[in-house]
Design a protein around this ligand. Structure first.
Ligand code: F6R
Length: 243
């Protein structure tokens, strides 16, 4: 089931996502967050950091699992998703480092590490999964054609996704060709999903997600089967919804 919120500006979108996350974080029992990288949640993370500094909202009881990580970048690479999360969130909050998890990519046996990650996420059952969406409808790095029964796995990145992400690298050649991503199974296991989408490029994927036939060619369509998805959109991303 989708609850849809549409706002004019990215700031308003981020504020709404922040309010939802803050309510989940401000409890006195252990909780688990599934987190995403990319440009969509940057404003949300900035607000979580600001709130932690101003209001001392604590993350001592929070465990995190990120959706995905590139394969092939050296440890500490500026464009690794761990670096991104450190720069936007983890370096500024009091979440213990041993409660922060990224898919393990600096290992010989990627498959075994992916299976262990999957088991950990499915056991934890994230209270909320933050998502962005690709212009081709991917969620996490589950590209078109990924099985709906997929679990954490190594993925080859599609050309359009590499092109989308090339802006963060010095050139297309620098963009990794592989990543490890949670599968659809782990994403769907979250109790709640908060998906942020802004800009014209997302409009078609957003329309498919809500109104499209549920099919593996458009991974985000699986979200129609989740019981609690909050979509936070700007007007550009929502512009095809009433057609
Ligand atoms: C990021 C992720 C991706 C992004 C998606 C949108 O961890 O898994 O699915 O959420 O590519 O990226 P942005 O937000 O940069 O438009």
């Amino acid at each position: 089931m989708f609850k849809i919120f549409v706002y004019k500006t990215y700031d308003e979108v981020s504020q709404k996502a922040f309010e939802i996350l803050k309510d989940i974080i401000k409890v006195d029992h252990p909780i688990t967050l599934g987190l995403a990288t990319g440009s969509s949640p940057v404003g949300l993370y900035a607000r979580l950091v600001e709130d932690h500094i101003k209001n001392k909202t604590s993350y001592a009881h929070v465990t995190t699992y990120n959706l995905d990580e590139y394969v092939g970048l050296p440890k500490g690479h500026l464009q690794s998703y761990l670096t991104f999360m450190n720069q936007h969130l983890f370096d500024y909050i009091d979440c213990p480092r041993n409660q922060i998890h990224m898919p393990e990519v600096h290992v010989d046996d990627l498959k075994a590490a992916a299976d262990a990650y999957s088991a950990a996420v499915l056991t934890a059952k994230p209270d909320v999964q933050v998502l962005g969406i690709g212009s081709n409808g991917h969620i996490g790095f589950n590209e078109p054609g990924t099985s709906f029964s997929s679990t954490t796995h190594v993925v080859g990145l599609k050309e359009e996704t590499r092109l989308d992400n090339a802006r963060f690298f010095s050139g297309l050649d620098e963009v990794p060709r592989y990543a490890v991503s949670m599968g659809i199974t782990e994403i769907m296991s979250a109790k709640k999903i908060v998906l942020i989408a802004t800009g014209n490029k997302k409009a078609l994927a957003v329309k498919e997600m809500i109104h499209g036939k549920i099919r593996e060619e458009v991974p985000c369509t699986i979200l129609q089967k989740h019981q609690d998805v909050v979509l936070i959109l700007d007007e550009e991303a929502a512009r095809l919804l009433n057609d």
